[in-house]
Write a protein of this length. Sequence first.
Length: 423
Amino acid sequence: MAIFRPFRAVRPAAGYAEQVAQLPYDVMNSEEARVMAEDRPWDFLHVDRAEIDFPKGIDVYSDEVYAKAAENLNFMREKGVLIEETTPCYYIYREIMNGRAQTGIVGCASVDEYLNNTIKKHEFTVEVKERDRIRHVDTCDANTGVIFLTMRDTAAVVKRMNEVADTETPLYDFTKNDGVRHFVWRVDNPETIALIERAFGRVPNLYIADGHHRTASAVKVALKRRKQNPSYTGDEEFNFFLAAVFPESSLQIIDYNRVVKDLNGLSEDAFLAKLRNSFSVKPLPEPWDDSEEALEMVRPKEKHSISMLLHGKWYELKALPSAYDPADPVRQLDVSILQERVLTPVLNIKDPRTDGRISFVGGIRGLKELVRLTNEGAELAFAMYPTSMEELMNVADAGKIMPPKSTWFEPKLLSGLFIHPLS
């Protein structure tokens, strides 16, 4: 059963939440982070991407950058921009994007439950990304990024979250410049805290929705500290990591699309002929322009349907029954079908994580981004039907791994609203 406990958060003081809170460090590069944090001295990117406080060209993995992250975090605490709770609390976190709300609860999950697979995964991690966050967490002595977890809907947890959100005054209520509105409620009543802890004790599993690298890094820091403290009891803060749990029904995965530079030396006709071994291939009506409204007509409408943009023309690819195994939770995914039937055998893209001929475009950018990239030189693009929450959890339950870039969640959980000190 899931352990999910309250904690003494370091968080923005009254009036500072919007100034501090920022998108996660891994959704932008260094140059974008410099622009985003410009004229924002309390922006959390000064902690999560401390290279922005050095001249351009600095090695982002240098000792100086990690030390600066810790220095900036401590400075924000010294100046009263960030304050620490006096007692352990939970927090209810609600985001509203385009009229749709997702509500979850913030607390600390168990390192041991990650190790024993009570907290389930669906992605591989990349070592260089892990090493970065391990050093960041260890140097800052804190989890600075919230891990995005989900669970199958559990009435008791959902009831408690909604009771707090519906009856209490929010601790924070602000809207970022992307139009997403953020609410946070503090749960500090001992009776309510006990009810929430007991409710989670009846949750069989938690699932990582987003943040596999941050989770793996937090766990490896915990293992390092256990080795340094062989008499540890298991109750120390480093045995837990910062997370937000959202019921599956409140979440929505959007499309994660692919763009490919070339046809692997094939002519257009030869490429289309190879596709017909695994798909029915049908031209789609031409959109009247490249606006998102017009491009909706070519968006995939159902599972096992992929829209392809090839040399300026749109096609519908419908997977033939022979192209996938409906009993396999991974191989029946659309992203797997594309990988196994097109990217690997036809285009010779065997490892999409490292092959420079393929790039990935989150659905938040819209289909017009696919049009732009193909107009600028890429030969083809694939618009995907989104992976479902049920598919994600089925893969994790089976102990299997999805292909890279299978899911894109919006809205993102902001960093800087909750920090979990490890000592």
